[in-house]
Design a binder for this molecule. Structure first.
Ligand code: ZN
Length: 150
């Protein structure tokens, strides 16, 4: 395993053991539930929007280390972002975890999300890593239905 892989593993482990923004959000405008039946991961994303910006974001749920770490890092990455920025980041993240090319100009925006690059080698894990993102999209869209990775 390379040093970079080891570093990435440590970040994922840290966020899965001590998830950030792991709480219900008071005064949330909307929330959405997500479920990944393949692994049993469940996540709820809470949002508070101000104009077109994500003023605050939090999550709750239970699942594997990858799904928890992904939701935790997502909340850190998206706080303060506009809807358009969140959508753009979703596209870049999706490319990263599915092994599609990430445009060099998009890569810096990933920040800590880059730790999920290794997931593309494990198709089952892609759903774990993307669950929080699909759920975020439902919350942004105000869709009442449960988001699934299927
Ligand atoms: Zn999982």
């Amino acid at each position: 395993m390379s040093e970079l892989d080891t570093l990435y593993q440590e970040v994922i482990l840290d966020h899965s053991k001590r998830p950030r923004n792991f709480r219900p959000l008071e005064n949330s405008d909307r929330h959405a539930d997500g479920y990944n039946p393949l692994c049993g991961d469940k996540v709820t994303i809470y949002l508070r929007l101000a104009d077109d910006r994500i003023a605050d974001i939090s999550f709750q749920g239970s699942g594997c280390a990858i799904s928890t770490a992904s939701a935790s890092i997502l909340t850190e990455a998206l706080k303060g972002k506009t809807r358009a920025e969140a959508e753009a980041l979703f596209e870049t993240f999706h490319n990263l975890v599915t092994g599609q090319p990430v445009r060099p100009e998009d890569a810096p925006a990933l920040g800590k999300l880059a730790v999920f690059s290794g997931v593309s080698e494990f198709p089952v894990r892609v759903k774990c890593a993307s669950l929080a993102w699909h759920t975020l999209r439902s919350a942004l869209a105000g869709e009442p239905a449960v988001a699934t990775t299927e």
